[in-house]
Write a protein that binds this ligand. Structure first.
Ligand SMILES: O=C(CO)[C@H](O)[C@H](O)COP(=O)(O)O
Length: 223
């Protein structure tokens, strides 16, 4: 079995009747969403908020009931999402799919945040994967210069020959730091820069990590 499929499907086992859940974005959580679609057809009652337009489309196709955040909303019971890197102390780099802002919002509004990855995403320290940072279009060059002062050479993410636009109408800068030794400090430094909407570091957010292996088995780590 595919290691992404193994991790993604395992996470669906944590979803119970009546839950309000956040649905992540990417090719690993895809398998969670497909499994949840099957479970809904078999009678599971859930309501979900997607972290991207791509996930929203998939959830609608699969018949998963969706809802929008509302002022009186209490915490979501659960959010399940993928990651681009997971460090040995279970901090994450996310945003490879460009959905990091909504992903971080839903993860932080959830009682439980489950991260699903294949084994290739596990590293000792974060930073090999260029850190995605979502920035306002206005003055993005100035924002990029400020980020560069933190020790990287940001590049503007492109798609089909034009700047990639996030679901929130912003640009994305991919920031190769090599190693991020203190992700908590880096998060604060990045988010202090005017023009930064959010960065892809998810520090101390994961409650349950599910790692899929090539043999189709999973390793589960509870934080
Ligand atoms: O952060 C993300 C999207 O913004 C994804 O969770 C991340 O890129 C992992 O994707 P995949 O499961 O396809 O490897």
């Amino acid at each position: 079995m595919d290691s992404k499929k193994a991790a993604g499907e395992k996470a669906a086992e944590y979803v119970k009747n009546g839950m309000k859940i956040g649905l992540g974005t990417g090719s690993t959580v895809y398998w969670t969403i497909v499994k949840l679609g099957e479970m809904v057809k078999e009678g599971l009652r859930i309501e979900a908020i997607p972290t991207s337009e791509q996930t929203e489309k998939l959830a609608i196709e699969l018949g998963i009931p969706l809802f929008k955040p509302y002022p009186s909303m209490k915490k979501l019971d659960l959010t399940i999402d993928g990651a681009d890197e997971v460090s040995s102390d279970v901090n994450l780099i996310k945003g490879g799919g460009g959905a990091l802002l909504r992903e971080k919002m839903l993860a932080s509004y959830s009682s439980v945040f489950i991260t699903v990855v294949d084994h290739s995403k596990c590293v000792s320290e974060l930073g090999h994967f260029p850190l995605p940072v979502e920035v306002a279009k206005f003055g993005w060059e100035l924002t990029s210069i400020q980020i560069a002062r933190l020790g990287c050479a940001p590049t503007l993410r492109m798609a089909n020959g034009a700047p990639f636009i996030t679901d929130n109408g912003n640009y994305l800068l991919d920031c190769p730091f090599d190693t991020i030794t203190n992700p908590a400090e880096m998060t604060v430094k990045l988010n202090r820069i005017p023009g930064v909407a959010e960065n892809g570091l998810f520090v101390n957010m994961t409650n349950i990590l599910i790692v899929g292996r090539a043999d189709g088995m999973v390793r589960i780590h509870e934080n």
